[in-house]
Ligand binder design. Structure first.
Ligand SMILES: [Zn+2]
Ligand SMILES: [Zn+2]
Length: 364
């Protein structure tokens, strides 16, 4: 269960928008990861703060939370986007020229996607690597607050900190977002020069990531909170690392098994042999039993890919592809002719037996 959002921010249940924002800003600065490098608990606390603030600074979500004690479920549905919002949209657009003031407040940062190409060998072994992610980050000089160091925001003189203005039109009372402070309840008189009050800056971040052994092509890893920073104190989005596995020269992946087409000669199939075959790492010794048939699969147990969520490995599978020599030397021709002479009337095998059986049926 998540902690009580009011408790997280250290405010009472009646706290106004301005008080919420002040509490969040103060705590967020204290627990900001840039100020607490390597401190996991500070990072967790920072995420918790952002989540609590994102919830309580949204009037609809807060109302839901106050009533049910939980975050509103996904989907929203008609009740969330019902008459009130629609009505507000119309008047907000009418008064503020369509800038949608309320929406300019705490917004969650964008989710980002990064495509990482790996080799089959890397997918088999797992991989730790660094990736460079261009993203919006909380502005360092102002720690994402958007206010110049040493300055603090002042209460909005138009709405007196309420963030909204009530207007009476006949029997209707309409509340709309304050156009001066965009609903924040306070005004930033000295915006941070580095980010012009936005609280975010374009930046590139080097991230260490770990790809688990056995990952499959097209799988995504979610790095919570590693997307772009939120706007106006909102929480960060997530980063999705999409893993693509490059095609391998010799192996085709089938789940945890690997399949390789192995060209072999007739005599090798008939007599049986041992061959050095490619494996995922180097080579391996493969025993082909005498009397093997074309397209038969010979396996090296446990030499395939690791299983992602279980123990053990799949198999390396070698499909025996018969290759008939296109040219014969005099000695080879002689040897084959004497083999053919020795085989007269003795050719046998399940394929021939079945063929002869069916031919008999056909001819009656
Ligand atoms: Zn700044
Ligand atoms: Zn205002």
């Amino acid at each position: 269960m998540p902690r009580d959002y009011y408790e997280v921010l250290g405010v009472g249940r009646a706290a106004g928008d301005a008080e919420l924002k002040r509490a969040y800003r103060q705590l967020a600065m204290q627990y900001h990861p840039d100020r607490n490098p390597g401190d996991k608990r500070a990072e967790e606390r920072f995420k918790e703060l952002s989540e609590a603030y994102a919830m309580l600074s949204d009037p609809d979500k807060r109302a839901h939370y106050d009533r049910f004690g939980t975050a509103p479920g996904g989907g929203g549905g008609f009740a969330d986007a019902g008459f009130g919002t629609l009505f507000e949209d119309i008047f907000e657009n009418f008064f503020t020229g369509g800038r949608g003031g309320r929406r300019a407040r705490a917004q969650r940062g964008d989710d980002l996607q990064y495509e990482l190409k790996v080799t089959l060998e890397e997918a088999a072994d797992g991989l730790e690597t660094k990736i460079q992610i261009p993203r919006l980050e909380a502005c360092e000089p102002c720690h994402g607050t958007g206010a110049e160091a040493g300055s603090s925001p002042v209460t909005c003189d138009v709405c007196r900190g309420r963030g909204e203005i009530r207007m009476s039109q006949g029997f209707l009372t309409v509340a709309r977002t304050c156009p001066r402070c965009q609903g924040a309840g306070e005004i930033n008189k000295s915006p941070c020069p580095a980010c012009r009050g936005e609280g975010r800056q374009r930046s590139e971040r080097l991230l260490q990531i770990k790809i688990p052994a056995g990952i499959e092509d097209g799988m995504s890893l979610r790095l919570s909170g590693e997307g772009s920073a939120g706007g106006h104190g909102g929480p960060s989005g997530d980063l999705y690392v999409l893993v693509r596995i490059r095609e391998h020269e010799l192996f085709e992946r089938r789940g945890a098994d690997l399949l390789c087409d192995l060209p072999v000669g007739f005599a090798q199939l008939a007599l049986g042999t041992e061959l050095d075959v490619p494996a995922l790492h180097g080579t391996a010794r493969l025993k082909i039993p005498a009397g093997s048939q074309p397209h038969q699969i010979v396996k090296l147990r446990g030499k395939g890919m690791p299983r992602l969520r279980e123990r053990g490995h799949g198999d390396a599978c070698y499909r025996l592809i018969l290759e008939v020599p296109a040219k014969l030397s005099a000695r080879q021709r002689e040897a084959l002719e004497s083999f053919e002479a020795a085989s007269k009337g003795q050719q046998s095998g399940p394929l021939l037996a079945s063929f002869v059986e069916r031919m008999k049926k056909l001819l009656g």
